[in-house]
Design a protein around this ligand. Structure first.
Ligand SMILES: [Zn+2]
Length: 231
C-alpha cells in the first residue's frame, strides 16, 4: 500500500507536470474543448481543412471577382459561429492567416498596392459584439500579405440579418447602407473587400457600387467561406 504522503507528492508532481504542459498548450480547442497547441486541436483543424476549396480562385472572374478559402459548412461554419457569437477572436486571426496563405498561393492578379476594406458592422452591432470579425480577418490578412488596411468604410444604416431573405430583399436591405467616412481613399486607388461569409453577394455588391461611384477600383472580394451557390 502506498504511503498517503507519497501519494500526495505524486499528485502534486502530476499537477505540476500538467501545468508545465499547459504552458505549451495555448488553450482548449473552441470547437471540441480538447487541448490545442494552436487555435484548434489537430482533429478539428483537419475537419476545417476538409471544407477548404481546392480552387479558391475559381470564382475570380466577372464584374466582382470572388476569392473564397472554404465552403460554409461543417467545421468552418461552426468555427465562424464561435468567432462571432462566443467571442473567440483567435479564430479571426486563424482565418486571416489562412486566407492570406491561400491568396499568396493562388495569387489572383491584383495591383501591388492593394488596399483592403473589411465589410463594416453597424455601430450598434459593433457595440454589442465588441469587435468586427471581418476586420480581425482583414487585419491579419494585411499583416501577412503587406496589403494596407483601410477602415473608412462604414455601415451608416442598420440592416436586418440577410439570412432567410430573398435575393431581391437582400439587395433592398443593404442598398444605401454603406458610405466612406473621413476616408483617405482617392479615385484610382484599388481595393479588395474582405468578409467572413459570402452568400448572394448583395452586401459586397452594394459596397462596390458606393466605391465605384467615387472612381475607386474594386478588384474583387476575399472571403473565408462561401455558401452553396445557386448558380
Ligand atoms: Zn477540436
Amino acid at each position: 500500500m502506498s504511503n498517503p504522503w507519497h501519494r500526495s507528492i505524486g499528485n502534486i508532481t502530476t499537477a505540476l507536470k500538467n501545468r508545465t504542459l499547459n504552458l505549451f498548450l495555448k488553450s482548449n480547442c473552441p470547437l471540441c474543448d480538447r487541448a490545442a497547441a494552436l487555435v484548434f486541436c489537430q482533429y478539428c483543424q483537419r475537419q476545417i481543412q476538409e471544407c477548404q476549396l481546392t480552387k479558391p480562385a475559381q470564382y475570380w472572374q466577372g464584374d466582382l471577382p470572388l476569392f473564397a478559402w472554404g465552403k460554409y459548412e461543417g467545421a468552418i461554419k461552426r468555427s465562424i459561429g464561435k468567432l462571432k457569437y462566443d467571442g473567440h477572436r483567435s479564430i479571426g486571426d486563424f482565418y486571416g492567416e489562412a486566407l492570406a496563405a491561400g491568396w499568396q498561393t493562388f495569387a489572383p492578379v491584383v495591383p501591388t498596392k492593394l488596399i483592403v476594406l473589411p465589410v463594416p458592422l453597424h455601430p450598434d452591432k459593433l457595440a454589442s459584439r465588441g469587435f468586427n470579425q471581418a476586420e480581425l480577418i482583414a487585419r491579419k490578412f494585411c499583416q501577412m500579405t503587406g496589403a494596407k488596411l483601410d477602415l473608412s468604410l462604414h455601415r451608416t444604416r442598420s440592416t436586418v440579418a440577410q439570412f432567410g431573405l430573398s435575393k431581391s430583399a437582400r439587395q433592398e436591405n443593404v442598398e444605401g447602407a454603406f458610405a466612406l467616412v473621413n476616408s483617405s481613399l482617392k479615385p484610382g486607388d484599388t481595393v479588395s473587400i474582405v468578409d467572413d461569409i459570402y452568400t448572394t453577394g448583395s452586401t459586397v455588391r452594394a459596397i462596390a457600387s458606393v466605391l465605384r461611384s467615387q472612381q475607386i477600383n474594386v478588384c474583387g472580394v476575399a472571403v473565408v467561406a462561401i455558401t452553396e451557390r445557386d448558380n
